[in-house]
Design a protein around this ligand. Structure first.
Ligand code: NDP
Length: 483
């Protein structure tokens, strides 16, 4: 046995992670259900480092130094269960089986508990950065026991992306499902970020009349400021791209139905279970879903929009359009802060629910590079939680609070323009409603409580006295104390 790490499942992600380990000096055992893929990896990239190709599961396990670190990169769901079981049979107590696929954190909790009984460490880890990240340095979010991180951690730290300050974009997130939970929230935030960017584009195009080229230029200038991020950068690239066949902007020939693989939906389902408001992520999931419902869309296509006078695109003067672009930047930034705040609320709630003790600041730290939401902005979230680990919401951080206050006018103007022009902006307007909801002195939830008490005798509390109360709505309307 000579390999420090093994990777089984050599499709795009597994192959590139194996190469990344090898390029960093590790001897890597490689295995795949279909041997041809293993052979192909060694033929194409064998010179990058030391690979030990294994034709069978037994050979693969035998190639690994003890305690064995064995990474599974196969299709999520039933295949992952089957492959884990296959290797658990061959593993010994103390070995570490790592699942780097996109597993649901509940599955990871179940797998971890089952393997723990057999003395095997199971590490469910999030890996973000796609194909290129896997090769050049992803952001890695491992869960599992602290003991497993002692043997595995140093290797992950070698292959992970580096933040601008040089620190590796990986850390022991927490026990059992913590890593996959955090990866799920990462993807939820990614959905929200993408939706907000899409709304900004739509508004600049349809309300202000900018062309895709002009919008790309605007995005590039935003990328020099506080919105500096990978997603803004690639948005400008996509908007500049021209379709080779037609010469039209690429964005005009792509079918406008956004797909989803499910991690955004998981985030929202989990938030509902935790009783936590994450409308920014939910609106993004629903917006993708709406885009795909062609039958609903065609049935509604002839519904009237705002009057011509209001909706005429290009009706803004160049000065007005430039001012509007500034307002959209404020709205995008403020809404982004809101979505990230909701994401961190969720990590905190998950950590409390499952006793994970997740360090909120270190999650921001490991997302600064390698992953899809990587951005300069994340370093500010890191320092907000590092300075105050008990921060109840990101919105309470004095810096972010000040920025939201300053962005407010542009944010409201943008949402108003969206409504006036009939351009849907559920992310931005939902974010503003969340902001106004949280800061409200009184919410109409008081009326909701009145209604609930009226039809269901659900009782209510009062602002001025302790206790539970009920009004005899059908009788003399006297107030009673049911307890
Ligand atoms: P796929 O999800 O397409 O999975 C293909 C791999 O799974 C192949 O190696 C295949 O083997 C193997 N496999 C499928 N079914 C079985 C089975 N029953 N038994 C044994 N092996 C099986 O590969 P990706 O590289 O795209 O993704 C791997 C994992 O990483 C997935 O869980 C994915 O969700 C996750 N992920 C993917 C990202 C991406 O950008 N693609 C990003 C982050 C995570 P064979 O060659 O024999 O068919």
């Amino acid at each position: 046995a000579s390999a420090q790490i093994g990777v089984t499942g050599l499709a795009v992600m597994g192959r590139n992670l194996a190469r990344n380990f090898a390029r960093n000096g590790y001897t890597v055992a490689v295995h795949n259900r279909t041997y041809a893929r293993t052979q192909e990896l060694v033929d194409q990239f064998g010179e990058e480092g030391t690979f030990v190709p294994a034709a069978s599961a037994e050979e693969f396990v035998a190639a690994l130094e003890r305690p064995r670190c064995l990474m599974v990169m196969v299709k999520a769901g039933a295949p992952t269960d089957a492959v884990i079981e296959e290797f658990a049979e061959l593993a010994e107590p103390g070995d570490v089986i790592i699942d780097g696929g996109n597993a649901h954190f509940e599955d990871t909790r179940r797998r971890e508990a089952a393997l723990r009984e057999r003395g095997i460490h199971f590490v469910g880890t999030g890996v973000s950065g796609g194909e290129e990240g896997a090769l050049l340095g992803p952001s890695i979010m491992p869960g599992g026991s602290a003991e497993s991180y002692a043997s595995l951690g140093p290797m992950l730290e070698r292959i992970a992306a580096r933040a601008p300050d040089g620190s590796p974009c990986t850390t022991h997130v927490g026990p059992d499902g913590a890593g996959h939970f955090v990866k799920m929230v990462h993807n939820g935030i990614e959905y929200a970020d993408m939706q907000l960017i899409a709304e900004a584009y739509d508004l600049l195009r349809r309300a202000a009349g900018f062309s895709p080229e002009e919008i790309a230029r605007i995005f590039r200038s935003w990328n020099q400021g506080r919105l500096d991020s990978y997603l803004i950068e690639i948005t400008a690239e996509v908007l500049t791209h021209k379709d080779a066949d037609t010469g039209k902007p690429f964005v005009d020939i792509v079918a406008d139905r956004a797909e989803q693989k499910g991690t955004g939906r998981w985030t929202v389902q989990t938030a509902l279970g935790l009783g936590l408001p994450v409308p920014g992520i939910a609106e993004a999931v629903f917006a993708r879903s709406l885009s795909g419902h062609t039958e609903l869309r065609s049935a509604a296509a002839s519904l009237p929009g705002p009057g011509d006078g209001e909706a005429r695109s290009g009706a803004m003067s160049p000065e007005e359009a430039a001012r509007f672009a500034d307002q959209v930047e404020q709205s995008l930034y403020a809404s982004k802060v809101i979505s990230y705040a909701q994401g961190w609320d969720m990590i905190r709630a998950g950590s409390e629910e499952y006793d994970w003790d997740i360090d909120l600041s270190s999650v921001a730290a490991i997302w600064r590079a390698g992953c899809i939401i990587r951005a300069a902005f994340l370093d500010r979230i890191r320092s907000a939680f590092a300075g105050n680990p008990g921060l109840p919401t990101l919105l309470a951080d004095p810096e972010f609070a000040r920025e939201l206050g300053e962005a407010q006018d542009g944010w409201r103007a943008t949402v108003t323009a969206a409504v006036r022009h009939g351009v849907p902006a559920p992310g931005m307007s939902g974010a503003l409603a969340y902001y106004d909801g949280l800061r409200a002195d009184r919410l109409p939830a008081a009326l909701t409580q009145g209604q609930r008490d009226y039809f269901g005798a659900h009782t209510y509390e009062r602002t001025d006295r302790e206790g539970t109360f009920h009004t005899l709505w059908a009788g003399d309307r006297n107030e009673v104390r049911p307890d």
